[in-house]
Structure formats: C-alpha cells, structure tokens
Design a protein around this ligand. Sequence first.
Ligand SMILES: Cc1cc2nc3c(=O)[nH]c(=O)nc-3n(C[C@H](O)[C@H](O)[C@H](O)COP(=O)(O)O)c2cc1C
Length: 352
Amino acid sequence: MLSNIRARALSLQFKSIRRFVILILSRIPRDLERAIIFGDALNHLLMISPLKYLFKFSIPPNIKATLYDLQFESPLISASFKDDVSSLLQWQLVGIGGITYKTVLKSPSEGNLRPRIQEVNYKGDYAILNSLGLPTKGVRKFIASLDNKKMTDFNRPIGISIGGNSPEEYFVVFKEIDDHLNSLDYKQFFYEINISCPNTDDGKCLSDDLNNLKELLLKFRSISSRVIVVKVSPDSSDNDIIKICNILAEISKTAINIGNSKYVKADEVGLSSKSFSKEGGGLSGKNLYDNTLRMVQLVSSKYDIPIIATGGISSYENVRELLDNGASLIGVATLLVTDPFQIPLINQKLSK
Ligand SMILES: Cc1cc2nc3c(=O)[nH]c(=O)nc-3n(C[C@H](O)[C@H](O)[C@H](O)COP(=O)(O)O)c2cc1C
C-alpha cells in the first residue's frame, strides 16, 4: 500500500521533470537526443548517490517467470534499447525481472546523423520515432563492460542482443561474447538475435533470408547451450513469422520476441528533413500494442515456443492480456523512459 503511494508520487515527479527537460532542451532546434543525453547524465548522478534508494521497490514473490533454465523475479523485462549501466540499474531497482542490453555489432559505429530520435504523435498516441542506426561501442568494448557487479548482483537474467551486417558478422560477435561468458561465474545470460533492422543504411536484414537464419542459429547452438531468442519485426508478414517459428521449433532452447519497432516514414508523423535526418525510422509506443497481441495469439495458437511480447505495452491490462494469451515474458522500452514507476505498480497488480 505504502509502496504504491510512493510509486505514484515518484511517477508524477518523474513525468513532470522529464517534460520540463524535454521542453527546455529539445524544442529549438528539435532534437530529443539532447534531452536524452542530459537525462542519462542526471540519472547517472542519481544512481551513484544514496538517492538511488528512492527507486528501490521489492518484487512480490509470487510473480516469478521462467524461460527454460532462466529465472525471472517478474515477467517484465527491459527490451533491448540502452546499454548505459545507470539506466539498467534504475530499471532493476524499480523491479524489472531481467534486462536486455542494446544490440551490439562487431565494430564501433556512431550510427546515423542527428536528429535521429523524436517524440511524435502517431494516430493520437504518444510515440517515439528513431533512426539511430544501431550506434554501438563494438563487441570488444562491450565485452569489457560485461563483468559489472552492479548488474550481476541482482541475480536477474541478462540478455545480450546481437546484430550484424552479414551472417558472418553475427557469428563473430556471438562467438566472442560466448567465449567471454564461459569464463564468468555468473550464469544467467541469454542471447537475443536482432534480425530486423529498420534503421541500417542498406536496409538489409537477416530476416530477408531465412535459410541464412536457420544456418546461423544451428551454428550458435553448436557452440552454446544458452537460451537464444530471435527478435522479429512487426513489419514481418504472418507467413514469415510462421517460417521463423518453424525454424525455432527445430532448435532447442529458443524463443521468439515479438517484436521490434515498426517502420514509419518521418513525414507521416509530421517530421521534416530538418527534424529527422532519415526518410523514416522505427516507431515505438502504444500504437504497436494491437499488432503485438495479434502476433502473440498467432504464434501461441500454433507453437509451443516461448514468447516474449514486446511493442506498445504500457499498462497492467496489456501485460495481463498478453500473459493470458500465451506470452511468457513482457518486454518494455517506451514505458521505461516515459514512466518507470509503472513497473512496481504493475508488479503489485500481477501479484493479486
Ligand atoms: C531509442 C530506441 C533504440 C532502440 N534500439 C534497439 C536495439 O538496439 N535493438 C533492438 O532489438 N531493439 C531496439 N529498439 C526497439 C525496442 O527494443 C522495442 O522493441 C520497441 O521500442 C517496441 O517496444 P515499446 O513500444 O515498448 O517501446 C529501440 C527502441 C528505441 C525507442
């Protein structure tokens, strides 16, 4: 009861501070990334000070979820979109059951030119459009940042999202990370293969050639027994989703994550070439929800493959509906940046 009141009060405070920062920093010229950089720095200061305990909420003991041998204290996990330790720490404190690092590629890359992320209105709902283009510190630096006690002390599963510009690159990244994980005592890691990339320059994706995907997954499986999740795009056809599920059904300890952001043209959401450097980008937020639910129903009605539902999830009602329709875990991104204090509130409702 008291913790619900605290979560509600902090939620109001968080939302007002966030709105104020965006108003001051991101309006002229329009670029949400300035507010994000400031917000991340502010959060970093909070997370290295005793004020971080304001974010600490316990997770009710009766809402555990599993994915093969991985144990999640809550079915809510952070989707792959950030890799700064302070954000991942904040979300674990508020009660996320597991985290997923932002997609890592083989070589360091700055991503696309700014402005490349904006908040927009899509069909009446708040949404975020990004064409970050997978900025990454590269696999070597990523590995060096992995043995972080601040993350592993929570003893919650940690997902590593892998991307690549070719199947060979995916494999190099996977192998380097797997070799390193094998040397660690901490065991609760899993992989997520990001096969949809609406933001890369050539627009090419592993999902374009499903034979490559199958071959690659078999290669991964031949060197690692960890859980492998394949994250698909909401732009995939039902037919492609079925084909991907047929592949996953043949490979042990795999799961599907439905799904990534959805490709939308910038001018459809009122952005000009001055406010968005690319023609379009990946849309995140509430508007994805109906399609997420539909895809979860499609997969769960035909397959036993565990499902992580991601895309547009913003309330307890969404979470309940997805779990009731066959999802094992629930991935959130936009909710974590707009209102992270919803996590303890949803956890509490799930425990009833
Ligand atoms: C700024 C930003 C960066 C993202 N980067 C990645 C990424 O690196 N890898 C990935 O698989 N998904 C990425 N995503 C997609 C999210 O993981 C998630 O699938 C999507 O935002 C839909 O969930 P939501 O509606 O809860 O935001 C990104 C999303 C945002 C907003």
